[in-house]
Design a protein around this ligand. Structure first.
Ligand code: RIB
Ligand code: CA
Length: 321
């Protein structure tokens, strides 16, 4: 497989860190840049955590830039209850001293996407604030995007609320704008939502072995991230979370998707931020529906081979020199 150019947009985040490890270390991925956005933690913590993970991988070559420090309309609300006070598990891992690229994230993304010789796979793993701003400010970047594979939404139940998944709930307007822009610009989009997010898991004893065998390297960091989640929730295993979306770029056969119309609810009291995945047959007679078919149809991930992706992730983070 030739090397696939890829860019991540993150709110690092314990599972974003798992995704960055994978993207930085997998031999078939050409990680060009990682842009940061407010989400799991405040933007400054997200930038520091992102640089820290790239340092652990020896990937100081990867461009990092800071983007939006708050949602477009919604008030900020972080997820420290999940990711710890520093946003990345409160590990005593050496923090990066490096500074990010001086460009704003959407300027860096514009430059990378307009200058790339080969279209890039864009992988948002966070609230879509940067992506909405990018696509509406610089629509010409669409020519540099092979497809978008984003972690967000759900065809069924939420996590932030009964209805909504965290990334979409954090900035519902950004998610709605992003889907509308992808439809307008003809950008192929895969939705890696909660229906598959919790599938690829790593056991606590495997994580502890990684820490024991690879204390200071990326595999050791991977083990610490998994162990933190297990210990925080008193569980015997933890999801690789966002990393699964990057596994889907390398190994799309591990995912079952269906092309379905999707809208984002912006007005509902109890349903704001819900991704309304329409599984009806639009080739049938739905003329009665006053809403009509949603403009955006996405490849919605409905099933995942969790063991396949957790094996792929482990082999990649352990296989690194
Ligand atoms: O709902 C899961 C998503 O919210 C993941 O991206 C996780 O990192 C958090 O941002
Ligand atoms: Ca995330």
């Amino acid at each position: 497989m030739s090397s696939t150019p890829i860019v991540l947009d993150v709110d690092t985040g314990v599972d974003d860190a798992c995704a960055i490890l994978f993207a930085a270390l997998h031999p078939d991925l050409d990680l060009r840049a990682v842009t940061c956005v407010d989400g799991n933690a405040p933007l400054a913590d997200v930038v520091r955590n992102t640089l820290t993970v790239l340092d652990a991988c020896g990937r100081e070559d990867v461009l990092v830039a800071a983007g939006a420090e708050r949602p477009l309309l919604e008030e900020r609300a972080d997820a420290r209850h999940v990711h710890g006070d520093d946003g990345m598990g409160d590990l005593d891992w050496p923090r990066s001293e490096r500074r990010p690229d001086p460009r704003h994230a959407i300027e860096l993304l514009r430059d990378v996407l307009l200058e790339t010789a080969e279209p890039v796979t864009l992988v948002p793993l966070a609230p879509l604030t940067n992506i909405a701003l990018l696509l509406r400010t610089y629509p010409a970047v669409a020519r540099g995007i092979r497809r978008i594979v984003f972690m967000g939404g759900a065809a069924h139940v939420g996590n932030a609320t009964a209805s909504a998944e965290f990334n979409v709930f954090h900035d519902p307007e950004a998610a709605a704008i992003t889907l509308d822009a992808c439809a307008d610009l003809g950008i192929e989009t895969v939705m890696y939502g909660l229906d598959v997010f919790y599938g690829p898991r790593v056991a606590l004893d495997v994580a502890r072995d990684l820490v024991a065998l690879h204390a200071d390297g990326p595999a050791g960091l991977a083990g610490r991230l998994i162990a933190f989640q297990c210990e925080r929730f008193g569980a015997g295993s933890a999801t690789i979370g966002d990393a699964g979306a990057v596994c889907a770029v390398v190994d799309p056969e591990g995912l079952t998707t269906e092309r379905l119309p999707v809208r984002v609810e912006l007005a509902g009291t109890w349903s704001r931020g819900r991704t309304i995945v329409d599984r009806r047959d639009w080739d049938g007679n739905l003329a009665h529906d006053p809403h009509g078919q949603a403009p955006a149809s996405l490849d919605v991930a409905l099933e995942v081979d969790g063991a396949r992706y957790s094996r792929l992730w482990l082999d990649t983070v352990v296989g690194a020199p």
